[in-house]
Design a protein around this ligand. Structure first.
Ligand code: GLN
Length: 460
């Protein structure tokens, strides 16, 4: 913990953390040492972890990257934090993020952008940019993150770390500051799939305080690591029998050449490991952007109505009456992207537009989920790029939100379908972008995380 804290201090310019409290961290580390000495330890005891600032943490600030919650102290821990703390992990700090997890570059944070450690002119991706940068720069061996439309996978890809968004409902949303509740899902980021599996063991599990938490038996996500795909055929190559589906919509015209080359090289390596590549189709991929950018803002507009200056967070200093207080507090507390989403969300939910936008989007969401089930008839996992390009320059898409939304094309449908998806580092861009990482996306069917982690681990 001490050495990570020193590294965090020495790399302040990355802006990966919004809060550190060295004394608190070291106190927790000493407690973990004591547990280790008593032999009362889990594999994670004493391992430091950085928490995305969307998870509420007792004794720390919990801001979700917003001025609205600057200085806010939660009286309780999010389930994710509670579970990892119980396993003996040591909290290193709270990581920077796009405000209320809305964004793909971390530039929407009220606490300033995060720099990509590989190339400090580049964004680290978002919204979990601080967590990704922290793991990439060796400021933390592991971090928590959340993914609503790509926010674990895309920053993992841009920052060259491994991250997994589990099946919707695996990881409790209790104490995760809500963005779009039907999509929000927590997960780990780390250097490797094996580390992610260990972290997921501690993070996942039923929680009666989250109404969409899955009631399933606990499983060991490390159980397939290092095994062959068909362990009964000892003479096989490690992944013989594995069918990898390549959606043709993920390899179309919008994909940058350098990303395509890195993903193709990874797929060649999978073939060498014994896997077979098959072509599949996810016909509604393009529609995932308008569908997501109707549904997520709709849910956000509802979730964010609780920030009214009364119950939590920022309250305007001067106001005439109650309504004026609401208006001023929200006008001052929320940043521009959050306001944009609240406007879109309230519009698509309003009388007269609900049927045309919200209901239509819900119907297409269902079709998107069905298309994946069709594709999984021909393959065991789906692979493709995480994002159409490597990380862009800080500021490059800042004034054009639609350009930023379009960059989410390969991650949104997985979230809409509630499927597990992960990003595994598979190389770098070319030319000017030679220092910017590329991630390979692995998409599994519901509850197939252990197999996805096995497949990722075989590549690493
Ligand atoms: N980039 C997407 C958005 O801005 C996804 C963010 C996320 O997954 N939290 O909404």
């Amino acid at each position: 913990a001490q050495s990570y804290l020193s590294r965090i201090e020495a790399t302040r310019e990355l802006n990966a953390f919004v809060q550190v409290q060295p004394e608190l961290t070291l106190e927790q580390a000493r407690a973990a040492d004591a547990r280790l000495a008593q032999g009362d330890a889990s594999p994670l005891t004493g391992v430091p972890v950085a928490h995305k600032d969307v998870f509420v943490t007792r004794g720390w600030q919990s801001t979700a990257g917003s001025k609205m919650l600057a200085g806010y102290q939660s009286p309780f821990d999010a389930t994710v934090v509670e579970r990892l703390t119980r396993a003996g992990m040591v909290t290193l700090g709270k990581t920077n993020m796009d405000e209320f997890a809305m964004g793909s570059s971390n530039e929407n944070s009220a606490f300033g952008p995060v720099r990509n450690p590989w190339d400090t002119h580049a964004v680290p991706g978002g919204s979990s940019g601080g967590s990704a940068a922290a793991v990439a720069a060796g400021l933390a061996p592991a971090a928590t993150a959340t993914d609503t439309g790509g926010s674990i996978r895309q920053p993992a890809s841009f920052s060259g770390v491994t991250g997994i968004k589990p099946t919707y409902g695996r990881v409790s949303r209790y104490g995760m500051i809500a963005f779009a509740s039907s999509l929000d899902q927590g997960g780990p980021m780390a250097k490797s799939a094996a580390d992610c599996a260990l972290l997921l063991n501690a993070m996942a599990g039923f929680d009666e305080r989250d109404s969409t938490s899955l009631q399933r038996e606990d499983e060991d996500f490390t159980r397939h690591l290092g095994q062959a795909w068909r362990p009964e055929n000892a003479a096989d190559k490690p992944l013989a029998g594995l069918r990898i589906g390549l959606p043709k919509e993920y390899f179309g015209a919008g994909l940058a050449d350098d990303v395509r080359a890195a993903v193709d090289a990874a797929l060649k390596q999978y073939e060498a490991l014994g896997a077979t590549l098959v072509s599949v189709s996810l016909p509604k991929t393009e529609l995932s952007i308008p569908v997501y950018y109707v549904l997520a803002p709709a849910e956000a507009s509802s979730n964010l109505s609780r920030f009214d200056g009364v119950r939590y967070g920022h309250r305007a200093a001067e106001y005439r009456d109650l309504l004026d207080m609401y208006k001023k507090s929200r006008a001052e507390g929320f940043g521009p992207e959050v306001k944009r989403r609240i406007l879109v969300g309230t519009y698509v939910l309003s009388h007269g537009y609900y049927d045309a936008y919200y209901l239509q989007a819900q119907k297409i969401r269902r079709i998107i989920a069905q298309d994946f089930q069709e594709a999984f008839k021909a393959c065991d996992v789906i692979m493709g790029p995480v994002a159409p390009s490597v990380a862009w320059d800080i500021g490059a898409k800042g004034d054009d939100p639609v350009q930023m939304y379009l960059a989410d094309i390969y991650t949104l449908s997985v979230s809409l379908a509630g499927l597990p998806g992960m990003s595994v580092p598979c190389g770098f861009g070319a030319g000017q972008s030679a220092k910017r990482p590329v991630g390979l996306q692995i998409i599994g069917n519901y509850f197939n995380e252990a197999r996805m982690l096995q497949i990722a681990d075989a590549f690493q």
